[in-house]
Design a protein around this ligand. Structure first.
Ligand code: HEC
Length: 136
């Protein structure tokens, strides 16, 4: 075996290790199983919301959403209804909103019917805590 071949094998092994690291435990895959399940639920939100970076989409980004007054992100064109709601986002208000956005805040502009399954709501809140509020 020439030195050259050894070099190739070495590069292959390093490459494989990198690939496994990216696939297995790259950033953005929460280690908490509930949060990991919540990431799957968040697939229903991700077209409109970013949670792990301050990116505005159709909806406001959800970085630092815990403790945020509803409708208070600078520069996002919220509905009057959401801004006037007086809600502060925590586990309880998020759960009520995500269960039925229109019932909790009539006239808000989030075009989403709601999550009917409480387990989905718990999971997506755990996911939001894991990615949007890593300090907690
Ligand atoms: C079709 C797009 C869309 C989908 C899907 C959607 N949202 Fe929204 N969301 C919005 C919009 C638009 C607003 C702002 C509503 C307003 O101003 O009345 C909003 C507002 C919010 C707020 C309030 C944020 C703030 O700054 O006060 C939270 C929290 C939220 N969404 C979470 C979620 C979660 C979690 C999901 C998935 C379960 C989801 N949304 C699905 C569009 C969407």
């Amino acid at each position: 075996m020439s030195l050259c071949t050894v070099g190739h094998v070495h590069r292959f092994v390093v490459g494989l290790a990198l690939l496994l690291a990216i696939a297995g435990c790259g950033p953005g895959t929460p280690s908490d199983p509930l949060a990991a399940r919540g990431q799957e639920v968040f697939a229903r939100c991700v077209a409109c919301h970013a949670a792990d970076r301050p990116l505005t989409k159709v909806g406001p980004h959800l970085v630092g959403v815990f403790g945020r007054t509803a409708g208070s992100l600078d520069g996002f064109p919220y509905s009057d209804a959401l801004m006037a709601s007086g809600l502060v986002w925590d586990d309880a208000t998020l759960a009520a909103f995500l269960h039925n956005p229109r019932e909790l805040v009539p006239g808000n502009r989030m075009a989403f019917v709601g999550l009917r399954d409480d387990a989905d709501i718990d999971a997506v809140i755990a996911y939001l805590r894991a990615v949007s509020d890593p300090a907690e």
